[in-house]
Ligand binder design. Sequence first.
Ligand code: SAH
Length: 349
Amino acid sequence: MMLSDFTFDEFVLFAKKMGLPAFRGEQFFDAVYSGKTLEDVSNLPKALKDIIEPYYPKYKITQKLVSKDGTQKFIVEFYDGNIVECVLMKYKYGFTACLSTQVGCRMGCKFCASSLNGLARNLSAGEILGQAILINKEIGGSRKERKLTNIVLMGSGEPLDNYDNVLKFIKLISSSRGFNISERNISLSTCGLVDKIEKLKEENLNITLSISLHATTDEKRAEIMPIANRYKIQGIIKACKDYYEVTGRKIYFEYTLIKGVNDRDEDFQNLARLLKGFLCHVNVIILNEVKERNLQGTSRLFAENFVEKLKKQGISATIRRTMGEDIEGACGQLRNKILKNNKKFNLKK
Ligand code: SAH
């Protein structure tokens, strides 16, 4: 465990175990949340830095790309040389960070870059938090003056395939002692691991659940998402309804339009039928092209039409604005390609 995996109370306990007064624990906490390297932390004596060095997080930003729309993509490297990508988007209401939950992904969706190399490993809660800490620092924030306002768990990885660490991350980042980001400002996107949705429901969190649906029949879904062989659409919808019953949180469905695959008239009709009468919102995404994947996005006009037709059926829907496409920072474009040249990379299963 690294210090970034600790709750505030655990920091204080850690200090105590080291024979130090509680206020040192608080200083360590501030140091970690500042996103500074231990070297750059100025209010700790060298002797104390030596004590905490083995526990101090080693993650760092190794590269930053800026899109012409202002979106920024960061390459974050961890202690073992594994890297993930995360994205910062500026909106009118604040800054949203799109964080990765795994190095790579094992879900194997046919349109997504994140699973091109399979799953390398899970990220710990502290490593997911670390991305937020580093991004907050990049935009001039600290713990006390946090600039980051929203979190979306929509980077590489399947959050519910790394359930315990993701849940712990949500607790850490929403803790009033930490960044104090309200659960309402956190979205978790999943390809639909039904048993984990049922489990998450029991936590009764105020986070927003997004479901990557992308198809309206199990056969069609299985063509593009292998997970559909395990979990059926009806089961997903039922789990979503249960989730809504318990938490009162509106469910978001993501529907990425792929030309000739899931954008036909019958797809829209099935979708309208599936969701009718359920308080939810559909985020229509036009496929962002991934060069290794031989799929094309639907035209903008077609997508607008799709949304209009859904609305006519009484289903709330919008097209999600694509951001950061020129730096491969848009939905489904996050990957770990830099690892191909990284000798330290080790594909642990
Ligand atoms: N594994 C989670 C988190 C990823 S979120 C999930 O499946 O939901 C990223 C979102 O972008 C998901 O809805 C995903 O299906 C979608 N996506 C993946 N590849 C895409 C692409 N090439 N173009 C547009 N959206 C894509």
